[in-house]
Write a protein that binds this ligand. Sequence first.
Ligand code: ADP
Ligand code: TRP
Length: 340
Amino acid sequence: MRTLSGIQPSGALHLGNYFGAIRQFVSLQEEEGEALYFIANLHALTTVRDGSALERYTTAVALDFLALGLDPGRSILFRQSDVPFHTELYWILGTLTPMALLERGHSYKDKLARGFGADHGLFAYPLLMAADILLYRADRVPVGKDQKQHLEIARDVATKFNLAYVPGYDPQDPEAREKKHRPGILKLPEPLILDSTAVVPGTDGQKMSKSYGNAIDLFGTDKALKKQIMGIVTDSTPVEAPKVPETNTVFLLLKLFLPPSDIETLAESFRRGGTGYGAYKKQLLDAFHAAFDPARARRQELEKDLGAVEAILRDGAERAEAIARPVIEDVRRAVGVTGR
Ligand code: ADP
Ligand code: TRP
């Protein structure tokens, strides 16, 4: 079983990234098999247009990952750009990808709909992501719900490649369980989506995102954190009045930190009334500190030795490349670009 995922270094990591992605990365490394996690710095080029900022964000994500419990002894942690096969496979896949498939991409479509001119990087974004995954023959890809379409595109493109280049490949039987079929060169990945926390709301009630200015950052200063949490937008229901938990941002965020048995108690407290949003926000702030203070302290320690972090990334890139090499060689052979 091979698990792989990536995260863009396009800004500070937030609660949505943790509950939607990183928490799963950390727990999956306990399981049997291999886990690869990478910092998708080439993807981040679609939004970050400042070289030194991108370098800083990349180091920051590596620190965040390590502080939150990714263990380079058990997982392979690397920078996407350190393994150049990603962009090679991306190009090859592009020659098999109908325009219409990428034109359906959410982020591309949204940008056009909002009246912005989209560039080729954004258009081709899902294809680079497909290459990231297919290059390692990943079995499963833990991601937030918003990435589901990208996984479908990766599966689609893998199928197109196999159909084009593997005689005897049958998309109904991709692993060739039947003797008359042949297995694909590229493996179809499965998304792994945690439904209970599929979309973490931001401080304005919309999906939490780095780009919406509604994030609660994992590693901000105490002061910034307090400001973000106390600034969660709530309605004007008076303290004593009953409140509806299901649609309330503070409830939905607080829920993430509670054991299942305490969630119903909290919901009852909302319905009963008598507690103001300020008190719930304070409870959320305390829960955040209890959950993340150990990681926050660890990150400060790691920051003192960036050379060690760089060494972890380089070692990760070598291990990743060793896994990817036979795959890209199979691909080159199939398409006829083996060369020297
Ligand atoms: P952002 O929207 O802040 O730029 P990314 O797109 O870089 O976040 O997402 C990184 C990972 O975190 C992805 O797996 C994504 O699905 C997950 N993720 C991001 N925001 C949320 C959210 N609000 N709820 C759940 N998961 C999220
Ligand atoms: N697009 C993903 C995101 O924004 C990041 C990413 C890039 C990724 N390549 C990937 C995730 C490959 C999983 C697998 O969250």
